[in-house]
Design a protein around this ligand. Structure first.
Ligand SMILES: C[S@@+](CC[C@H](N)C(=O)[O-])C[C@H]1O[C@@H](n2cnc3c(N)ncnc32)[C@H](O)[C@@H]1O
Length: 382
């Protein structure tokens, strides 16, 4: 195990353990629509909690990999925070940070104010800029699955607004749907248009609960890397992107502020991390540990490669075991019928839980050489 990889895991684990120590408990989000907007159809409270934890872990990993751990930011904005699925977890930073969440959905903001108000402030914004925030007033802005829903004009308006409020040395992290998701979701005609222009915005399907009840301008958008390089680099320079893993079918792009209306960057060779998609089924999120040996089972598959995957399972930031993907999984095959090796995408093993002073252990796995967890969960110590 290389020293940088081990160091990365240990500092990420410490941050996650602190996050869990302070904020595992939140009141139930008793408005199913608010859960469906972020978890999808028939989303559960557990999915909301565990998905927020995983996304926060992914965000912290991407920042750490960009050379700026989350603890190095003071003024942080969750742009399009919804019901605070991710904001909630970052309240552990509150002593050293000012956390703000904004959203167009007044019901979501009202819920956040009532339930997450300690440690963060929440604002409702309009469909178009501006936000009621000063120029260069934020050190970190992240928007999880917000530009995945806006048309091209609104996208540019909001990119300019985020550019206005981010500090010169700040970072902006935005998630988008890129090639894999486009290939799955678009009709052949729409896919051809996406490949030609690098961007497409289309009406969500009638069954898509992530947009139900939201304004008509809120549908589904797809971006290509070439498009981001061509169109976003007038305002921002991409530093790093992380596809899949904790961002599931989306890709997170870490951006640095450029001078306004600079010419697009010709050389856009940002570091691109491409992870498998995967999950941990056992243990479920925050299950109680039963002794110091824990059974771990999950799955992982690379969307566009047949190469066998080698995984490393980490407990509290220490490598616990390595595994090849080899266990038969009919459910994964059914969910990914277009991927030939999906039927054997499972893994299972037992790991030892170390003694420590925290209330939880964090368990995740990485794949290949990347330090970014593909999927992560936690287990409670009784
Ligand atoms: C898929 S949800 C994701 C919510 C949250 N980021 C999360 O990961 O749980 C997208 C959110 O973006 C919000 N949104 C869309 N357009 C927005 C805008 N222009 N300004 C602020 N929020 C916006 C929606 O209301 C919704 O809550």
């Amino acid at each position: 195990m290389s020293a940088p990889l081990a160091d990365f895991q240990q500092s990420l684990a410490q941050e996650c353990l602190r996050m869990l120590q302070l904020h595992i408990e939140i009141p139930p989000v008793n408005d199913q629509r608010l859960i469906d907007h972020v978890v999808g159809a028939d989303g559960s409270e557990e999915g909301f909690l565990s998905g927020g934890f995983l996304t926060a872990t992914g965000l912290m990993s991407a920042l750490q990999l960009s050379g700026r751990p989350i603890s190095s930011f003071r003024r942080i904005l969750d742009f399009g925070c919804g019901a605070g699925r991710v904001t909630h977890w970052l309240r552990h930073l509150a002593d050293g940070a000012e956390l703000t969440g904004t959203d167009i959905n007044s019901d979501a903001i009202a819920w956040c104010k009532d339930n997450l108000g300690a440690g963060a402030r929440f604002l409702c914004n309009g469909a178009r800029p501006p936000l009621p925030l000063p120029d260069a007033g934020m050190d970190l802005i992240y928007g999880i699955s917000v530009l995945t829903h806006l048309d091209e004009d609104l996208q540019f308006e909001w990119l300019r607004e985020l550019h206005r409020i981010i500090a010169p040395e700040g970072l902006v992290v935005l998630t988008v749907h890129t090639g894999y998701r486009a290939a799955q979701a678009l009709s052949p005609q729409a896919q051809a248009s996406y490949l030609k222009h690098g961007f497409i915005y289309q009406r969500a399907s009638a069954q898509d609960k992530t947009v139900a009840g939201l304004p008509d301008f809120y549908q589904v958008a797809f971006h290509s890397h070439e498009y981001v390089a061509r169109e976003w680099t007038r305002l921002f320079e991409p530093v790093l992107s992380v596809a899949h893993g904790p961002f599931w079918a989306q890709e997170a792009i870490v951006l640095r502020k450029r001078e306004s209306d600079a010419t697009p960057l010709r050389d856009h060779g940002w570091e691109r991390v491409k992870l498998p998609m995967g999950g941990i089924d056992t243990p479920g999120f925050a299950w109680q540990a039963d002794g110091n040996l824990q059974h771990v089972a999950g799955w992982a598959l690379a969307p566009d490669s047949d190469e066998p995957l080698d995984l490393t399972v980490w407990v509290d930031g220490v490598a616990a075991a390595m595994r090849c993907i080899e266990v038969k999984r009919d459910d994964v095959k059914a969910a990914f019928p277009h991927i030939a090796h999906a039927g054997n995408a499972g893994f299972m093993l037992n790991v030892e839980l170390p003694d420590h002073d925290f209330d939880h252990h964090v368990i995740w796995f990485t794949a290949g050489g990347s330090p970014v967890p593909v999927s992560a969960t936690c287990i409670a110590v009784s």
